[in-house]
Design a protein around this ligand. Structure first.
Ligand code: NAD
Length: 358
């Protein structure tokens, strides 16, 4: 098969980690008989420098004509100060998710056995194993609601952000989560704040209706404050966790920390029809950009997710994951995951080692 992939290399370490991921993709293609055609797409700070806006016209159309999108990272201090939304790299991230209808963000957080010592939790907690998937609603809720600032009569200026969720939005993310749970350990925790928020009350009502339909999946409601606590107390209890946009933003960062390094974690954003977007969870790491220090594993594992969820190539996805584990088990580390005093390899060498194991 031939697959067409849009590459948004972006800023900072983006081009370095995407470069290694592309070489891994080509190695997998060679072994399993697939070819990949790449289309470079300009987005983020580099697009501001080149065409004056972070999300150039036609970006979504180019991506829609591809089978999947691989994104490195966008942003950096150089572009952090503009108040013009067109000149802010984050605008591009929100726009592409919205334009491609990518309403489900999948973030696995798994503790790789070779890196158990990097887990900041108690040894007995880490030893139980951590392998969970956070499914975050990505195109609704407070990040997309109306924002306001106005003067009050007696309290000075006031600001407000509106949070809204429709049944349709909740049901489609809920179905994604139940389907995923079916492919994993058949457990789903739905996180909300139904004791306070009306949006959460509707969320819970829709999830309960779906839970009856997916009766083979063990379902539970968890309040968001309790979920934050349980993630550090006993993360092994979770399989799939589904939640709304802002709660998911916070909880998925928390989950990433308990697995050691942000340089290891991939993510997928998917919708119903458009190509999925795959990216490492980390940002553009301007502090180490251009120094051959970035860990390319999160981006390489994002390719594994692309193979599994967009192309249904589960054998090829597993080959990438096995290669990563083999390299880590053999003791190879980039600087971010090396123990004190342990020798580290650079971005390019890490990519090469993984390709050798494919
Ligand atoms: P960051 O993830 O870029 O970096 C945080 C820390 O982790 C830094 O010390 C960095 O060196 C390290 N790090 C990150 N990725 C690494 C890797 N692959 N290997 C080794 N070390 C790694 O987060 P930040 O510093 O808060 O943000 C920097 C810029 O990235 C900002 O402009 C931010 O807006 C942007 N950002 C973009 C995305 C995205 O494109 N999806 C996501 C988050 C942040």
């Amino acid at each position: 098969m031939n697959y067409k992939i849009a590459l948004i290399k972006g800023d900072g370490i983006g081009p370095e980690v995407v470069g290694e991921a592309v070489k891994v993709m080509d190695a997998v293609g060679k072994k399993y008989g697939h070819t990949f055609t790449y289309v470079d797409v300009l987005m983020g700070g580099c697009a501001i420098d080149t065409v004056g806006k972070s999300y150039p016209d036609g970006t979504a159309e180019v991506c829609r004509a591809c089978d999947a999108v691989l994104l490195g990272a966008v942003g950096g201090p150089k572009w952090g100060h503009s108040t013009d939304p067109e000149k802010r790299p984050e605008t591009a991230l929100l726009s592409i998710r919205k334009d491609l209808g990518l309403y489900a963000n999948l973030r696995p957080a798994a503790l790789r056995p070779a890196l158990a010592e990097a887990c900041p939790l108690k040894k007995e907690t880490a030893n139980k194993g951590i392998d969970l998937m956070i499914v975050r609603e990505l195109t609704g809720g407070i990040y997309f609601g109306k924002r306001e600032r106005y003067q009050t009569e007696d309290k000075g200026e006031e600001a407000a952000d509106r949070m809204a969720y429709s049944e349709l939005e909740i049901e489609r993310i809920g179905r994604r989560a139940f389907e995923l749970a079916r492919l994993r350990r058949k457990k789903l925790a739905s996180v909300d704040k139904a004791n306070v928020l009306e949006t959460s009350s509707l969320w819970r009502q829709v999830m309960h209706r779906l839970a009856q339909e997916y009766s083979d999946v063990q379902y539970e409601d968890v309040l968001v404050d309790n979920a934050a606590m349980q993630l550090v107390r006993d993360p092994g209890q979770f399989d799939v966790v589904v939640t709304e946009n802002m709660f998911g933003d916070i909880l998925s960062d928390e989950a990433s920390m308990i697995t050691g390094s942000i340089g290891l974690l991939p993510s997928a954003s998917i919708g119903d029809t458009a190509p999925g977007l795959y990216e490492p969870i980390h940002g553009s790491a301007p502090d180490i950009a251009g120094q051959d220090k970035a860990n390319p594993i999160a981006t390489i594992l994002s390719v594994a997710m692309m193979f599994r969820y967009s192309f249904r190539l589960s054998q090829e996805a597993a080959a990438i994951e096995r290669a990563v584990d083999a390299v880590l088990n053999a003791g190879w580390r980039t600087a971010d995951i090396a123990a004190p005093g342990q020798q580290a390899v650079g971005t390019i060498r890490m990519g090469e080692l993984i390709r050798e194991k494919i």
